[in-house]
Every structure is written in C-alpha cells, then in structure tokens.
Design a protein around this ligand. Structure first.
Ligand SMILES: CC(C)(COP(=O)(O)OP(=O)(O)OC[C@H]1O[C@@H](n2cnc3c(N)ncnc32)[C@H](O)[C@@H]1OP(=O)(O)O)[C@@H](O)C(=O)NCCC(=O)NCCS
Length: 389
C-alpha cells in the first residue's frame, strides 16, 4: 500500500499488531525491501529470487513466515505496512546434563522499515512483538509448548537487538584468498580433497546417521561441561536453501558466466573431514564470497591424529580456494574457526587474521530457557554460516 498522505500511528499505540502477511503483502514487503537487498539484481529479478527461495524445503509450507506490523483497525488488503520481518522454522538440539532433546527454534531475517517510516520506533515495536510471538509460534506439536530460542544476524551493530533479548555471540571469521591451480603449492604435502556434489554433501554431512552423530556430540559435550548447549540442526534443507540462491544467479546468467555450480564442498574421506560451501554475491561484482557453510571432522585423540586431521582440513580449504578462483570470487570465508581450523588455515597462509565482526552478521541469540527452568547461560554450538538467514 502507498505510504503517502497517511497519518502514522505512534509506535507505542495499542492498536499496532504483528501478524503474518497475506501473500499479496508478502510480495509488497519484498518489493519494499528490495531497496536494501536486491544487490545487482533488478527489482523484478529480486522478487523472483525471493519466490524461488520461498519454494525450498526449508521455507515452503509455512517454513517461512513473513510478519507485518500494522494497525488492527485497517482492513486486510489495504493496511499500511509499518514494518516487516521474516521468521524461519529451524529444528534444533538442546543438550544439558548429558541429555539431549529435539526442539523448535526460529531464525529471523529481513527486518525492514521503509526509509520514510524510519526513526519512529516501528522496528523496536516489531522486535518486541516478535519476541513474544515466537515463543509459541508453530509450537503446537512440540513436546515443549514454548520455543527455547531464536537467532538473528545483526547488520546494525550490537545494541539494537540486544534491547529486545537477542544477545550478540561470538562472530569471527577467517578470510583466505582464492588460489589458482599454479599457486596451489602448500608448504607440506596434503592429502587429496575430493570435490563434493549435492548428493555427496547429503551423504557425507547430512545423512540421518551423521545428524545423529552430531546430536550425540552435543549430549556428550553437555555431560563434560556444565551449562546448556543449543544448536540449529545442520540439516540438508539448510544447505539446499543456500544453494538455491547461487543456482538462481547461475540460471539467470546475470552474475556468473558459468553453468550451474556443481561443486558444493570438499572432503577427505580417510580422515572424515568435510565442508560444504555456497557462493554469494554482494552489491558489487568485486564482493563475491565463497562461504563455507559448515565444517565436520572428528576430534583427534592423539598428536598423530591431530596432524592428520589438520592436514586434511588444509587440503579441503585449498580445494575451496581453487573453487573460489574458478568462480572469480573475492575470497573464501568461514565463521567462528576452531583452533584446529585456524591451524589448518595457517598451513596455507601463515599471515591470516581472524576478523571479529562488530557491525554486520553479528550472530545473536534470544534465550527463553531460564523461564522454562533451564540455566540462564547458554552456549551456541555449531555457530556457522549454514544457520544464517
Ligand atoms: C534497521 C531498521 C529496521 C530500523 O528501523 P526503524 O523503524 O528506524 O527503527 P527504530 O525507530 O525502532 O529504532 C531505530 C534504532 O535503530 C538504530 N539503527 C537503525 N539503523 C542502524 C544502523 N544501520 N546501524 C546501527 N543502528 C541502527 C538507530 O540508531 C535507532 O537506535 P536508537 O533507538 O538508540 O535511536 C531500518 O533502518 C531499516 O529497515 N534499515 C534497512 C534494512 C536493515 O538494515 N535491516 C536490519 C538488518 S539486520
């Protein structure tokens, strides 16, 4: 709906409500937020991209909810959208005292207020309402009738969302340059890393057995270290959702000169080391990043195992660098590196630095567990790019 000639309500008005958007309002929200997020796409293509993302397994059939802040007195079909955001249903693990549960969580994205409505408190009111809504949203069939947590990735610093309960967590990353086949000469000889297709990623990183193994890892960790641990399940639906974006770009032939990006990750089977990645584009052609979405490796139990694991990780990173070179990416990044990942990256580039983000993609989590009798301290495990939305 147009925004001209309307008297805007106060952000504290009891008449404001946050409700799921109608399909028409959803498209209107996408059109509005295209001003911030369309990047190099035309507005029409951006709307098509969002529709494509909405049709993925992670998001379809209610997986994604678009929320709009509106005045309850305005009739559906012609109400003014004061603010909008999205929530994505995410399966999660909760572990404490050696126990693990399957729970529901939500990821939040697309927080948007059109420029002419900004600075009036609408985003603040929206986040306040959203926090309350998400506690019970889609929890009908869950054992716990209230959701324990939700996550978001702040591009507007650390304080705004914290006011409404989304507290900043560790948000660091390692950046590596693309590597040409000629340059790919590491200091030590590395094992061969095999490129992985979608099916390979599904089998090696997201099979039922692998997911169960990760669930068990959380349980065991919670036995050893006190406090609550949570993780968004790194399931195949998440990876496919990220790939849907790069595949859209490739199919439209607007951003990549190549055909479909076939290689989705790399692995060294003998060491059980795997990662999966996705190519992203920013505002300019020079802001393309190959993001490693998720790492998997077994914790080594001896110095010899550690050496073998680190070298296998380095081989996989190098395969990512080659892929980035082939796709003309600016860099390769991965989030919240563990000491082993850092060690491996240093084999390839001893001068790497770790960036601690304080302005964009600040991983933030709102924890409702304390009201449900759990500890107020929570550790966010597997806090990697795959859960971003
Ligand atoms: C961020 C946004 C939703 C805020 O909407 P709004 O209705 O103006 O927000 P409110 O009036 O409730 O609150 C504004 C607060 O957000 C802060 N804020 C807004 N944009 C900011 C930015 N880029 N960096 C840091 N803080 C920002 C303001 O400083 C203000 O803080 P204050 O209350 O201490 O003065 C709006 O500016 C927007 O849509 N921006 C473009 C899209 C975007 O960046 N979304 C966030 C993605 S994580």
């Amino acid at each position: 709906m147009g925004s001209t000639n309307v008297t805007l309500p106060s952000a504290s008005s009891p008449d404001l409500i946050l409700v799921p958007a109608t399909p028409e309002e959803y498209i209107e929200c996408v059109r509005l937020n295209s001003a911030a997020w369309k990047g190099p796409l035309s507005r029409e293509l951006y709307v098509e991209r969002e529709k494509h993302l909405l049709s993925q397994d992670l998001t379809k059939n209610g997986g994604l909810t678009c929320w709009v802040l509106v005045d309850r007195n305005e009739p559906v079909g012609c109400r003014v959208i004061l603010g909008a955001c999205e929530s994505l249903q995410k399966r999660a693990f909760l572990a404490y005292d050696g126990r693990v549960e399957d729970v529901l969580s939500h990821g939040i994205g697309g927080v948007y207020v059109r420029s002419e409505f900004r600075g009036k408190g609408y985003a603040g009111r929206m986040m306040e309402e959203l926090g309350k809504k998400l506690e019970t949203w889609q929890a009908g069939n869950e054992l716990r009738k209230k959701s324990l947590f939700s996550v978001l990735y702040s591009d507007i610093g650390k304080t705004f969302y914290a006011r409404f309960g989304w507290i900043p967590f560790k948000s660091s990353h390692i950046t590596l340059s693309p590597t040409s086949p000629k340059e790919a000469k590491p200091r030590v000889s590395l094992p061969a890393a095999r490129p992985m297709s979608t099916e390979d990623v599904k089998k090696s990183m997201c099979s039922d057995i692998t997911i169960r193994k990760q669930r068990e890892l959380l349980r065991v960790t919670s036995e050893k270290c006190p406090g609550v641990k949570v993780a968004v399940v790194p399931n195949y639906e998440h990876m496919v959702w990220h790939w849907a974006r790069e595949e859209f770009y490739a199919k439209q032939n607007v951003l990549f000169s190549k055909t479909l990006p076939y290689v989705k990750g790399a692995g060294v089977d003998s060491q059980n080391v795997y990662c999966t990645w996705a190519r992203t584009v920013g505002e300019t052609p020079n802001s393309r990043t190959l993001y490693i979405l998720r790492w998997m490796y077994d914790e080594p139990k001896s110095p010899a195992e550690e050496k073998a694991t680190v070298e296998a990780i380095a081989a996989v990173i190098q395969r990512a660098q080659l892929e980035a070179y082939e796709w003309e990416m600016r860099d390769v990044q991965f989030w919240n590196p563990t000491p082993l990942l850092e060690q491996a990256a240093r084999i390839l580039d001893p001068d790497i630095t770790i960036t601690h983000r304080d302005a964009s993609s600040i991983t933030s989590l709102r924890w409702n567990g304390a009201e449900q009798g759990l500890s107020s301290d929570v550790e966010w495990m597997f806090n990697e790019k795959y859960a971003w939305c």
